[in-house]
Ligand binder design. Structure first.
Ligand code: HEC
Length: 278
């Protein structure tokens, strides 16, 4: 007949396999909803397992050098059981940490990147804007603008994701919203109108990056330009690391006069304009 300690050991190992099996399935599926439900279940499992492991282990056990190198067979068994309990407890903690990391990554996706300024008030080039929410790419090629477009490139526009999350809920751009308009040249022309012919057809195709324009909402700091600050980070690469605010007659006047919503050209960005799309 097996001892109580052995039975406990087997039950503990079964419970551990169950939890680890769950982790494995979660790895494969990794769907948010699934993870949310499984996370709660697995944490409860892990906590139960931890309690079990503490029961199984000898309360007076302290890991000493002697425990690491058992002297007699009986002692080897005792230490073995304790070691198993510690491994199981460790896996329970690992489970908690594993699901905890999902919680953190969700928290990160809702965290906002707010504008950063140098001591002299210049705006620092926003970080990681390529990870932001992409809203559209207006294009004004030279060939359609008398050969001399002000911005002959694609204007790839991104909004900072935390601000977008708030906009989705409220329909207003919150203080600290950043729009990043990255300019991107078209690939070299093959036809007189600046276009080229690729496998998908004749048209304009994105090439090298070519500087950026940025707007920031801050009603106090940029009161002179109706609450938005305008910045240019070069019209070539590399982008400047910081930029001075532009005057109203350089930028804001045109946005104020014609942009559909709060100085933003939402008429060109269905994601921000069409309530059904939100
Ligand atoms: C003559 C009008 C005009 C002026 C001046 C102007 N813009 Fe714009 N801006 C637009 C239009 C139109 C769009 C959207 C379509 C496009 O990019 O072609 C736009 C889009 C933007 C966007 C993308 C977000 C948004 O509001 O839609 C940023 C950022 C931006 N402009 C910054 C600037 C900065 C910085 C300056 C000054 C250096 C400036 N703009 C000057 C007309 C203007």
């Amino acid at each position: 007949m097996s001892s109580a300690r052995q039975r406990n050991g087997r039950a503990t190992r079964r419970a551990a396999r169950f939890v680890l099996g769950r982790e494995h399935r979660c790895h494969r599926k990794a769907r948010t909803e699934y993870i949310k439900i499984e996370k709660t279940k697995a944490i409860a499992d892990a906590q139960a397992l931890l309690r079990l492991a503490i029961l199984v282990s000898d309360r007076s056990f302290v890991p000493t050098p002697r425990a690491l190198g058992p002297q007699s067979p009986e002692e080897a068994m005792r230490v073995g059981g304790q070691a198993a309990a510690i491994v199981i407890a460790g896996s329970a903690v690992a489970t908690i940490l594993f699901f905890g990391s999902f919680k953190d990554s969700n928290a990160q996706s809702n965290a906002r990147y707010l504008p950063q300024y140098a001591a002299d008030g210049q705006l620092l080039l926003p970080k990681d804007f390529h990870e932001w929410v992409y809203v559209g790419s207006p294009l004004t090629p030279n060939a359609l603008n008398g050969g001399q477009a002000n911005f002959p490139e694609f204007h790839n526009v991104y909004i900072e994701p935390g601000s977008y999350a708030i906009y989705k809920k409220t329909g207003e751009f919150p203080e600290g919203t950043i729009f990043f308009k990255e300019l991107q040249l078209t690939l070299p022309q093959e036809n007189a109108d600046g276009s080229r012919t690729e496998a998908s057809g004749r048209g304009y195709f994105p090439g090298k990056w070519n500087g950026a324009d940025v707007t920031v909402k801050d009603s106090k700091r940029f009161a002179d330009t109706n609450g938005w600050g305008y910045f240019n980070f070069n019209h070539h690469e590399p982008k400047a690391s910081m930029a001075k605010v532009k005057s109203k007659d350089e930028c804001a006047y045109c946005h104020i006069a014609n942009a559909k919503k709060d100085e933003v050209w939402t008429q060109f960005y269905p994601l921000l304009d069409n309530k059904d799309a939100r």
